[in-house]
Design a protein around this ligand. Structure first.
Ligand SMILES: Cc1ncc(COP(=O)(O)O)c(C=O)c1O
Length: 411
């Protein structure tokens, strides 16, 4: 088991007081806090190694390039990819999904083709497909969720057909924390010759993810939700799929050669090797290095331990919340099928009122529909309050949270 009290010493922000109360940060599903190791590596990069990558022969450029490439390697090892060629650095999950939609979907989806998406997706795994379908004319089909809880696998198996070209689904729901059976979905998708795109924004930071074992074609995740800085994320893609794809953005770094024929007055372009073919322009070098440090931090703890700690916190919270008569929790009650996320409402109060009340006591939670309106519609809700945990949260914080919830009920 990990020791959250020892871990907390690495997080300077957790020493803050908010509204005269010790900060309790229960909003890690939106973005996680950053340990000083990550903050320091960013500072050190700008103080000692700052230069552009892959553009110069001078010492600083060589150092920056090596660090940036090492960051790709660290990510590849973390998710058990087949090397750096399968790891593309992007801004975050949203950009990773858009990359697949436009670089792969634009050329491969048309007419009768179908894209299967689940109703528990974050908007970032719905909107790009809907936008693209307006251009290419294919159909986006939605897989039902059982009463807003778990994915309806029978409905998925009924919906998939030879027309399905890609199945897009989250590994872990950002509203309920439900963990989907990626292997099962990927196996069925492949049986029909379809690709799989997994939104790992809420899984990669919280549980061991092994792309070979899961056998997915694409995996998207964000650095800022896993102790890293904002503005850096990852698209993993199977090498053979990425090799077949055309680039997403055009510009510097993603080309091998741009030659201009003075007779024909035409330009011919050849693409750079993977992964640089998909990383046009100056990348977020420092973000990549920060992400590498974040991953090293998580690997020292061990992802099995991260998972176990959050499961313990989730179970404890749901059990303690039962003491609150006016609180209704949504989604499954079994912590073992979830990742540290609990959505709820307090009878008679809006989610924002509850979040503001908690804020008065230094407790940070998310309120609203968490960029997942379809799932809220299934719950017949306009919004909900969401608590989400990470490695630095403790049972004492949960006790304090439940105490304040009871105060809200009295209010
Ligand atoms: C499941 C899920 N997918 C996608 C995203 C979008 O991530 P980002 O804003 O980092 O691109 C989020 C962010 O909350 C998420 O929870």
């Amino acid at each position: 088991m990990l020791d959250p009290y020892k871990i907390r010493e690495d997080f300077p922000i957790l020493k803050r007081k908010i509204n005269n109360h010790p900060l309790i940060y229960f909003d890690s599903a939106a973005t996680s806090q950053k340990p000083r190791q990550v903050i320091e590596v960013i500072k050190e990069f700008y103080e000692k190694h700052n230069a552009n990558v892959h553009r110069g022969v001078h010492t600083l450029s060589q150092e920056a390039s090596e660090l940036y490439e090492n960051a790709h390697e660290e990510v590849a090892e973390f998710i058990n990819a087949d090397g750096v060629k399968e790891i593309i650095f992007v801004r975050g999950t949203t950009e990773a999904i858009n990359l697949v939609a436009y670089a792969w979907g634009l050329r491969n989806l048309k007419g009768e083709d179908e894209v299967l998406v689940t109703l528990m997706e974050h908007h970032s795994n719905i909107v790009p497909w809907e936008m693209l379908s307006k251009i290419n004319g294919f159909q986006v089909k939605y897989v039902e969720v059982n009463h807003g809880e778990t994915l309806n696998y029978e409905a998925f198996e009924d919906a998939i057909s030879n027309r399905t070209k890609i199945v897009c689904f989250s590994h872990v729901s950002n509203v309920t924390g439900v963990v989907n059976d990626v292997k099962r979905i990927a196996k069925t998708a492949h049986d029909y010759g379809a690709l799989t795109l997994v939104d790992g924004a809420q899984s990669v930071p919280h549980l061991p993810v092994n792309v070979k074992d899961l056998d997915v074609d694409f995996l998207a995740f964000s650095g800022h939700k896993m102790l890293g800085p904002t503005g850096i994320g990852v698209l993993y893609g199977k090498r053979e799929v990425l090799e077949e794809m055309e680039p997403f953005h055009g510009g510097g770094e993603m080309i091998r050669e741009v030659s201009f024929n003075s007779v024909t007055r035409r330009c011919s372009i050849s693409w750079n090797d993977l992964p640089w073919k998909f990383e046009a322009g100056t990348p977020n070098i420092c973000g990549g290095i920060g992400l590498m440090e974040a991953i090293r931090y998580l690997r020292r703890i061990g992802m099995e331990n991260v998972r176990a700690h959050e499961e313990m916190l989730t179970e404890y919270t749901m059990q303690r919340m039962q003491e609150c008569r006016k609180v209704k929790i949504y989604g499954p009650r079994d912590a073992s099928v979830k990742c540290g996320i609990i959505p709820f409402n307090v009878d008679g109060l809006s989610s924002h009122d509850v979040a503001l009340f908690l804020d008065n006591y230094g407790i940070m939670v998310r309120s609203g529909f968490h960029c997942a309106q379809p799932l809220h519609e299934i719950f017949k809700l306009k919004s909900s309050v969401r608590v989400s945990f990470y490695i630095y949260n403790t049972r004492e914080e949960i006790d304090r949270f439940v105490e304040v919830l009871k105060e809200i009920e009295r209010f």
